[in-house]
Design a protein around this ligand. Structure first.
Ligand SMILES: [Zn+2]
Length: 327
């Protein structure tokens, strides 16, 4: 296997709870995030890059909460300077680290452009500034669903990951409840969750934002799906860090998004995309989202009443005997 060193063994911290959050924290340097976490009384045990089979991995920061819980934070979805963002190598490294660390509950916060097809002034419409618990995602060719060189390499054996409820329902409910109770209507005017609107995530695929044509296609598509199902569907365009791998690893993934702008070419706005985006990134999101995540990471239980486990299905062992073995 090219560029994969399967002899690498994990030499990092272990933790049940982790965050891979990226853009909501982008208004703070990594050092500042670490300082703020320490100011909550958490012990900072280590912060170092860790070798993975796919090359040198991103920083892994390991903390212990005052009650003795281990938590790790990998900054910015595992993005490394000079390497492709949201590309397969980044995702393989990050998820290999989370898997090896034994993570069972993962929070990822993201930001996105909203492509809601409904009345831009409507109270139910997903608008810039709103807090979103997504329902599903649109897979693209760059989203890794397997971990080459490991037992999760085939995608089909020895377990199969179904993508019903790709984001943990229990964690989603907890995120929505907390946002609604503590963070709405300020700083987030509205909180959207799948019981009200089925929001799907669309990864930035080309290393840039969406085209105007893509915006038009998804706005029209989601309007038609909504009419067909008599239930609102909306696409938002932003990070979606492989819910497939989380499921395959048995990790409960709590994903939240904040809409920071309308997508490129959306008729609702003449404002430059970066006007609302930078204002939120610098003045609102880092403070609010970091505190929210730390509250949750310190107190969450590993969910037992969700559908994550039933959507990861073991396949008969004989199937593994039917493929060429590596050694
Ligand atoms: Zn779950």
């Amino acid at each position: 296997m090219a560029n994969i060193d399967t002899s690498v063994t994990y030499a990092g911290p272990r933790a049940d709870f982790a965050s891979l959050t990226g853009s909501p924290f982008w208004g703070l340097s990594i050092d500042e995030v670490v300082s703020r976490i320490k100011r909550r009384g958490w012990t900072h045990n280590s912060g170092a890059r860790i070798l993975t089979p796919y090359g040198m991995g991103p920083l892994v920061h390991h903390f212990t909460t005052p009650s003795g819980r281990d938590v790790i934070w990998i900054p910015a979805y595992g993005v490394i300077e000079g390497e492709k963002m949201f590309g397969p190598v980044q995702i393989h490294k990050a998820y290999w680290l989370l898997w090896q660390a034994g993570v069972r509950v993962l929070l990822i916060g993201g930001t996105s452009g909203t492509n809601d097809w409904r009345d831009p002034a409507g109270e139910a419409t997903v608008r810039p500034g709103d807090f979103i618990v997504p329902w599903s995602f649109y897979p693209d060719r760059d989203m890794p669903g397997t971990l080459p060189g490991t037992e999760m390499a085939t995608g089909y054996l020895p377990n199969f990951a179904f993508l019903k409820d790709p984001f943990c329902l229990t964690l989603g409910r907890i995120l929505a409840d907390k946002a609604r109770a503590e963070l709405a209507p300020h700083p987030f005017p509205r909180v959207h969750e799948p019981s009200q609107v089925k929001v799907s995530l669309r990864n930035p695929y080309l290393g840039t934002f969406e085209t105007e044509f893509e915006t038009a296609v998804w706005r029209t598509t989601t309007r038609l799906v909504s009419e067909d199902e008599a239930f609102p569907h909306v696409m938002i365009h932003g990070d979606c860090i492989s819910p497939v791998l989380a499921r395959r690893m048995g990790i409960h993934l709590g994903y939240y998004h904040i809409a920071v702008n309308w997508v490129e070419g959306h008729p609702a706005t003449q404002e430059a995309i970066t006007d609302t985006l930078d204002r939120l990134y610098l003045d609102v999101l880092p403070q609010v989202c970091l505190e929210m995540e730390l509250d949750l990471l310190a107190t969450l239980d590993v969910p037992v009443d969700c559908t994550c486990a039933e959507n990861l299905v073991e396949r008969p062992a004989i199937y593994m005997e039917a493929i060429t073995r590596a050694r």
